[in-house]
Write a new protein. Structure first.
Length: 268
């Protein structure tokens, strides 16, 4: 059984369809990059995975269980625009993420000291150790985005949803965050869904790259139809589309085991 299963998913806002006939399965620990034109429903799909929205039709299951109608701490998300606690210091923003699993969200004693040590290590890794005692308002936009990513990762969710998380970062910082994400994913076996407009980034980080697009188009009413998954690329096998890969596998099997035509023997 797949860890995440999306079956015949539709989503509409009023009479405007956004997504239609979306089907997808993902294994635990898999990294799925999501690309497509602006406005084709990529962020909507993330909100459906988060359970922030309910689909018009269809079902999403995680580990065999349907979503319950509201987000929970098993799924973390980083939006396009950073979102952190403005009343907490940079360090305490990271510690707070670990406190979500505790009664009243509070940590005490050795548990709190251990969480602070892990927060210090995370901040060192993402280049924010020198501002650990400052508040988010004192940070640049890129620094706040780094903090938001580290905060989401600190909670160690089973599923991490990323909506263009690196778009505001400079190239050097982006490379550091790529490495940070890859290391933490290897440690925790998180399943990741990431929306990005950066194709090299999608193939670098993802095990798969799926493309959202519209397969039906009405020139008189461009909003008449929703988008669906049109391609599913194997990012770990030269970017070869799974659809074409299956066709190639079928062709190779036919070549290995030719079928005789009526009245004509198969080639030896």
């Amino acid at each position: 059984m797949s860890f995440v299963t999306v079956e015949n998913l539709f989503q509409s806002y009023g009479r405007r369809p956004i997504l239609e006939r979306v089907n997808l399965t993902a294994e635990e620990g898999e990294f799925v990059s999501i690309v497509g034109a602006s406005g084709c429903g990529k962020s909507t799909f993330l909100r459906l995975l988060l359970d922030q929205e309910r689909p018009t039709r269809g079902e999403i299951t995680v580990d065999g269980q349907p979503l319950r109608g509201e987000p929970d701490r098993s799924r973390g998300i980083v939006f396009q625009r950073y979102s952190v606690f403005p009343h907490l210091t940079v360090r305490d923003n990271i510690v707070a993420a670990e406190g979500l699993s505790r009664p009243l969200g509070r940590l005490f004693g050795t548990v709190k000291r251990a969480a602070r040590a892990r927060a210090e290590a995370a901040l060192e890794r993402i280049g924010l150790a020198h501002v650990a005692d400052q508040y988010p308002a004192a940070l640049s936009g890129g620094m706040q985005q780094r903090l938001a990513i580290a905060q989401a990762l600190a909670a160690k969710p089973r599923i991490l949803l990323l909506d263009e998380p690196f778009g505001a970062l400079d190239p050097g910082t982006r490379e550091q965050m790529h490495a940070f994400l890859q290391d933490l994913r290897a440690e925790t076996r998180m399943t990741v869904f990431m929306v990005t407009h950066d194709l090299p980034e999608a193939f670098k980080l993802g095990d798969r790259v799926i493309v959202f697009d519209k397969t039906r188009w009405d020139p008189h009413d461009p909003a008449a139809y929703g988008a669906t998954i049109t391609y599913d690329f194997d990012a770990r096998n030269g970017g070869f589309p799974y659809q074409l890969q299956e066709d190639q596998d079928d062709l190779e099997r036919d070549e290995d085991h030719p079928v005789a035509s009526p009245g004509r023997p198969a080639d030896a």
